[in-house]
Design a protein around this ligand. Structure first.
Ligand SMILES: [Fe+2]
Length: 117
């Protein structure tokens, strides 16, 4: 059910879609920086009435049925932009999944594949 209500679109045309910026190939268990944001192309409103409440980051490893939660980044309205840089490390190849939540327009998703060698 949740997969049916999470929206996926091109971030260049839709202001709610989170973007994930990081390197695409990395050594196993080596730290690397990941930048996640809503508003890279089109700014989202940031008011008490209408704002991005949180971003979640997950990884789904290849050939593994389970998804791992990496972090949740929570924002207050008006002063905090929904934009974070964090450091992570991955033991094996997988797909990063970013999820954003707008208090009016719901859940939005984007993905980025990271190859681990
Ligand atoms: Fe919104």
């Amino acid at each position: 059910m949740l997969g049916e209500v999470i929206k996926i679109q091109d971030f260049k045309n839709e202001k709610h879609v989170p973007t994930i910026d990081c390197i695409e190939k990395v050594k196993a268990n080596e730290e690397f920086e990941v930048e996640i944001q809503v508003g890279k192309e089109i700014k989202h409103p940031n008011t008490v009435e209408h704002h991005i409440v949180w971003l979640d980051l997950f990884v789904h490893y290849d050939n593994d049925p389970n998804t791992v939660h990496i972090g949740r980044y929570i924002f207050g309205p008006t002063l905090a932009e929904p934009h974070v840089k964090t450091k992570i490390k991955l033991p094996k190849t997988g797909t990063l999944i970013a999820l954003s939540y707008c208090n009016i327009h719901g859940l939005w998703e984007n993905t980025k594949r990271v190859e681990v060698f």
